[in-house]
Ligand binder design. Structure first.
Ligand code: GDP
Ligand code: MG
Length: 184
């Protein structure tokens, strides 16, 4: 995965992107907002979903993003290496109202270092930015961690649909750019 193959109708791109981060930060809802424009308060409904494929057009080319959701695996601190295998992009998500989820980011980055290629495109995502009144992590903290670690960064709200599309598009475009640069 992540490679592109020649087909009769031209090139086809398939990128595996993984969602990681502590339990309940909003990973499943970010994916359902992006893929189906849905928000689901009952998170149980999305347990069991392995991945969703979403088509995006970049420079006139059809790009398929295969986005993987942990489906609750992280609750048991058991995201398997199979989950990461072949990933070319990762969204590392925390909840801006829960500091412990932000403190976990380093641990999730270590996981990526262990399991993924160094060329992986990584984006830090501070979700639930609609809950400004109970914010526990400032925008600046998110930004500076991202700068330190060389990550893209945005705050999102899966609930209000803020920056969700943009977040996925940034990652997909960056992966696309890396692949097409390599192909030159
Ligand atoms: P996951 O465990 O990381 O997959 O998190 P879920 O997507 O299941 O969401 C966990 C909880 O947070 C659910 O009750 C969601 O309704 C809620 N949630 C997710 N995203 C947002 C958001 O952007 N804003 C608010 N206010 N709640 C959210
Ligand atoms: Mg989930």
């Amino acid at each position: 995965m992540g490679a592109h193959e020649e087909e009769a109708g031209g090139e086809e791109y398939l990128f595996k992107i993984v969602l990681i981060g502590d339990s309940a930060v909003g990973k499943s809802n970010l994916l359902s907002r992006f893929a189906r424009d849905e928000f689901d308060n009952n998170s149980k409904a999305t347990i069991g979903v392995e991945f969703q494929t979403q088509c995006v057009e970049i420079d006139g080319k059809e790009v398929k993003a295969q986005i993987w959701d942990t489906a609750g695996q992280e609750r048991f601190r058991a995201v398997t290496s199979a989950y990461y295998r072949g990933a070319v992009g990762a969204l590392i998500v925390y909840d801006i109202t829960r500091r412990s989820s932000f403190d976990s980011i380093k641990r999730w980055l270590d996981e990526l270092t262990t399991h993924c290629d160094t060329t992986l495109t990584r984006m830090l995502v501070g979700n639930k930015c609609d809950l400004e009144n109970i914010r526990d992590v400032s925008v600046e903290e998110g930004k500076s961690l991202a700068e330190e670690e060389g990550l893209f960064f945005l705050e999102t709200s899966a609930l209000e649909s803020t920056n969700v599309q943009t977040t996925f598009e940034i990652v997909i475009r960056e992966i696309y750019n890396n692949v097409s640069r390599k192909a030159l």
